[in-house]
Design a protein around this ligand. Structure first.
Ligand SMILES: *Cc1c(COP(=O)(O)O)cnc(C)c1O
Length: 395
């Protein structure tokens, strides 16, 4: 069985490109050119030079001795939190802006929820001197003021999405509408392994540098180039896709995905898509998403803004359905406990999203001779206000 995309843009029965006719020329231009562009030596050279000197790659693979002792196994942290802008998202925005340049585009449009992808997009637009428009739900603009300020400081225009629930889903719709109206000069940078083909595959390829590095770093440290487990949190699924990519066909490596269960999988306040989702089309591809009987999107809930998404990318829907990956639902409370544990045992304050992945050790029951790699998707600075409130750090 293949876990990679096929020529039609499918992962098993998931994927494809379900788009309005007016978007077809834009998506088709990208689909017909992305593989050739990525394969060009000049692209590879520029991409890897920027990952090295601008993003700060390779990110370290750190043996977490005190966590390892506590769980009686060997735990390594893949430090994506040390990337420029504080998370893995910039791996993708660097790749996509280089594609945009080669497609002859001068303007970028993007959507953002919590603002992390918006900041990573505004950053590379500043770097490349491209105009940047970021659509963001009006409610999110209020909730995420520091990231709005960052984007504006970087020279981006932040446009409020005022339709529907005024959050990520609506920002995505408005960004797509903007792209339809500006097909010639604008590229749309999607922030995760979601959207119509070829986006999920293109984003996975740019994030795959994470597992490429894990391979050679483990070879150096442990004398074998695969772990027994790779754990990552899944919002749309881009950091997980990157951490899994080079192990998809490695049967000795178990793939573990942590989804946000919010107040509990069956509480009615959750974002655990594989537990609650049904097959359907969301944002241009067929995947699993949380929806009512008549196909309306159910508003997701998670303490973590980056996991607060009602779907997952088609690659993960296929990994779930085929049983290749194991999915765990992690509650807000469990994530908070894991965030404190990582902070106080290792001196690393993780993003709330990452904390969901760190909460899995207890359930994993890895053996003393086994190797566990956790993808630390981002740093916790952006979540300090939440940590302060929920953990009563001021008392
Ligand atoms: C955005 C984000 C996520 C979730 O997005 P994926 O596409 O699922 O990786 C996870 N962690 C951090 C730190 C993020 O910023």
């Amino acid at each position: 069985m293949s876990f990679n995309v096929d020529e039609r843009g499918y992962y098993g029965s998931f994927g494809g490109a379900f788009i309005p006719e007016m978007l077809y020329p834009n998506v088709e231009e990208l689909r017909s050119r992305y593989l050739d562009i990525i394969a060009e030596p000049s692209f590879q050279e520029e991409f890897h030079a920027l990952l090295k000197d601008y993003v700060g790659r390779p990110t370290p693979l750190f043996k977490a001795e005190r966590l390892s002792a506590k769980y009686n196994t060997n735990i390594y942290l893949k430090r994506e939190d040390l990337c420029h802008t504080g998370a893995h998202k910039i791996n993708n925005t660097i790749g996509q802006i280089l594609v945009a340049k080669r497609l002859g585009k001068s303007k970028i449009v993007a959507e953002t929820g919590a603002g992390q992808h918006g900041v990573a997009t505004a950053t590379v637009c500043a770097l490349m001197g491209m105009e940047c428009i970021v659509y963001m739900g009006a409610i999110d603009i209020e909730r995420q003021a520091p990231n709005v300020a960052r984007m504006r400081m970087l020279g981006a225009q932040v446009v409020p999405a005022t339709s529907g629930s005024k959050t990520l889903k609506d920002a995505t719709n408005e960004a797509m509408r903007h792209w339809i109206n500006h097909p010639v000069d604008t590229h749309y940078i999607i922030g995760s392994v979601v959207g119509p083909h070829p986006y999920p595959d293109m984003v996975a390829r740019f994030q795959a540098v994470i597992s490429e590095e894990i391979r050679f770093q483990l070879q150096e440290k442990e004398g074998r180039d695969y772990p027994d487990y790779v754990i990552a949190c899944v919002g749309g699924g881009s950091n997980a896709a990157g951490a899994f990519y080079h192990f998809l066909d490695e049967p000795r490596t178990a793939l573990i995905a942590a989804e946000a269960a919010g107040l509990g999988v069956n509480s009615g306040h959750s974002a655990a898509t594989t537990f609650l989702g049904k097959p359907g089309v969301l944002h241009g591809s067929k995947s699993l998403s949380m929806q009512t009987e008549d196909g309306q999107v159910i508003e997701p809930y998670s303490i973590s803004a980056g996991l607060d998404y009602p779907g997952i990318g088609p690659m993960h829907a296929h990994l779930f359905e085929s049983g290749r990956a194991t999915f765990y639902g992690v509650t807000d409370e469990e994530a908070l406990v894991a965030a404190v544990e990582c902070s106080q045992l290792e001196g690393i304050i993780p993003a709330l999203e990452t904390a969901h992945a760190l909460a899995v050790f207890e359930r994993l029951q890895a053996k003393p001779n086994e190797i566990v790699v956790v993808n630390v998707s981002g740093r916790g600075d952006k979540d300090l206000a939440t940590y302060q409130n929920r953990l009563k750090l001021n008392d």
